[in-house]
Structures are given as structure tokens and as C-alpha cells.
Design a protein. Sequence first.
Lengths: 306, 180
Amino acid sequence: MARERQQEYTYATPIRRLLVGVALLCLILIFLVWRIDSPRVERFRLMVIDRFVPSFEWAMAPVTGVIKLASDFQSYQQLADQNRDLRRELQQMKAWREAALQLEQENAKLLDLNNVRLDPKLTYITGVVLADSGSPFRQSVLLNVGERDGIIDGWPVMDGIGLVGRIAGVAENTSRVLLLSDSSSRIPVLIQPSGQRAVLAGDNSLNPPLEFLEDPDLVRPGDRVVSSGDGGVFPADLLVGQVALGSDRRLRVRLSADYERLEFLRVLRSRQREEIVDPGDIVAPESRSVATTDDAAASATDGQNE
Amino acid sequence: MSEPKRNRQQLTGALVYFSLAVMMLFMQILPLSSIPRSWTGPDLLLGITLVWVARRPDFLPVSMVIAVFFFADLLLQRPPGLFCALVVIATEVLRARSSALRDAPVVFEWLYVAIAIVGLTALNRAILSIMMVPLPPTSLNYIQMIMTIGSYPALVFAAHFGFGLYRPAPGELDSHGKHL
């Protein structure tokens, strides 16, 4: 009895209970605000991360290095097997290299003949991966380039070979890359050679499935998948990967980018993204249609005047 | 036990918790591999928080729980505030039962903590799905839940022998000179 009263005194004084209640209310409120107006809270989140994570960089780099060294050491055991496989692969690659060289020359010749200029906007900024998302439920990485380097939300990110993801959140010194494997990632893609369009929908696995495929029969495992540029979010013709048939009989994409080792990533300067200013409106070419009707009306009145 | 000594002990306990929490978050965000995994380890941060609060609630002020978990929410791309609020509720419930847990066998403590973790996971998922937030695969959540429950005894063991986190002996006094 006496003990219970003391318990009451120590842990459940009314003031303490009140403060904890207020804190809980604040937390729930923050959650609700995040749900209603997520961009603002996400900006705050990035600001906090931008403030704290780079200051840990001095410790993160050596620890990461040591752990990677250890895992490399383990892989020495499989070195002999790997070596044999690589030799075989190299043989095949040599044949491909010849073909590629010939094609490159041919391509250069054709480009020259057509007087083609490559888009100067497709230049890139290279950043180093600072940190992981830290959670098995989110697939994203933090880059050490941000607003001060001119990074803009929505720009595509590649490693040396293939598409990795896109910028989703920029802070002063850092920016977050949403990987293609994240469950909220959706990218419009084009499958060659059939020319089918589809959406690459991340599902928290290494091989994201293809969705909204018009005719799956035309698509074969091994087909190349590139970004289609639909919707104007992404530049077209960035290599994404190859089609593969998943164990669940769904068409999936084997990503070309090496997700095992994301270290240096290129952020492509792409076109200015379309700003969505008014969240309440339907996104439609309204201004143009208004303009054309205006023009029509104007020409009609002109016609009447004449 | 004298009052300054107790205060110092509480401060040390809180500091040990804080440095462990920072270290765990730090290890989690190391960019080791970006391959999505089909399994996960235990949520160690939640684990040590429950160990601390079930064994020595006087070492872990609720403000520390709020600060650590809100920061973790921000850092780990979770919906900010929700998981933190649920953890605060769970720790408060355990805190209120901690004196009863002190006399109970460890298995009962484990059971209590397991109920707290299951409730936490289920509520978190339920609220997120009500609010129509895109959810990660269910299996991943439950694997993590089971791993966290499974790792609890190991964490208790580590805290006991590694950091000297004992349950208070009967008759110990707190900083106000009251029985714990």
C-alpha cells in the first residue's frame, strides 16, 4: 500500500503525466502535419539530417572502409572460382568489344553525317554516397552534394552504367536519392526492341517488376529497358537494365547499376522539372486550351469585324 | 545509498544509454550495401530502450526517449512522430509496471516486453494503413518484430554484464530518499 503510494509519487505525478501527454500530443500532431503537408516536414527532416550526418563523416568513412575490407577478405575464399568465371566472361567480352568498336565508329560517322549535336544540358555532377537509409523498409542513399552544387529535386542519378534512382529531397550540403528499388519509386520505361512502354515500380526488392505493360507477350527476358522520358520527369534513353522473368512469373528488371557498391553517383543535370504550384487543380494543359479558345474567339470576332 | 552517488549513477546510466543509441543509429546508416534485403535484424534501439525502462526506469527519463526516437524517425525516413509516440506509450506502460517486474522472474519480464513490442508493431502498421501511407512488405515488419523479441534476453544479458545494469535491489532508495 505504502509502496504503491511512493510509486505514484515517483512516476505518475500529475505534472509528469501532463507533460508526457502534451509531448505525445505534439508527436501525433507532427505525424498528422506530415501526412497532410508532407513536403514541408520532409524539408525539415532533410535540414536535420543535413545538420547532423555530414558531421559524422570523419567517423563513417574509416568504419565503412574497415567493414568493407573485412567482407572483401572473406570473398578471397571464392577468388579462384571467380577468376575462372571472369576469364570465361572476358573471352565473350572481347568479341563484344570488337562489335562495339565497329559500332562506335559507325555511329560517330553517322552522327557526323547528320551534324548531330549532343544536348549540352546532359552534363553531370558526381557525388559520394554519405549514408544509407538505415532502415530495411526504405531504399535510399544520402549524397554529399546539395543545393550549393545546384542539385534540383527530381534529377536522375546514375552510377557508371545504369540508372540508380532520382533525387528526392535536397538540403544545403546533402541530397537524398530515392533508389529504383524503393517501394515508392515509379519510373516510366521503354522496352527495346519491342518498343513497349511500361512503368518500373519498385517493391523493396533488387529486381523491380514492370507494371502497366500493354502486351507482355512481346517482351522477352533479356530485352533492354531504358527510361522513356514520358511525363517529362526523366530524360529519355538512360539505361535501366534488362528484362528478366521473376520466380513469381512476373516480368522484372535486372538493374544494370551495381547496387552492391553504390559509392560514386552521377547526378544528371536534366531539364527543369514542371513545377506543380496549385495542388487543388487538375493537371491539364489548361492555359493552352484557354489560349486557343481565346485565339479562336479573337479570330472569330476578327472575322466578324472584317 | 547517498544521494549524490545515486544521482551520479542515474546520470551514468542515462549517458550509457544515449551513447549506445547514437552508436546504433550510426552503424545503421553506414553505406555498406544498397541491396534490398528480404530479412532484417532486430530493432536494437527499441530493444535497449525496453531493457533500460524495464530494469532501471530511473536511468531513462522520458525526455531522452522522445529525443532519441524522434531523431531516429527523422534519420531513418520513418513517418516522423508516430513511432516515437508509440514507443513513449510503451515505455510509460512498462515504467508503471517496472516495480512489479522487478520481483517477477525474467521470463515474465520478457513476456511483458514481447507484448509491448507486438502491440507497438501492430498499432504502427494499423495507424499507417488507416492513414493510407505506403507500407513496406508485411513479412519484413513481422520478421523484425520477432527478431527484436528474440534478441531481448541477449540485450538484457549484455546490459547486465557489459554495462552493469542491475535491477534495483529491494530496499534501494531513489534520489528523493524514497523506496524505488
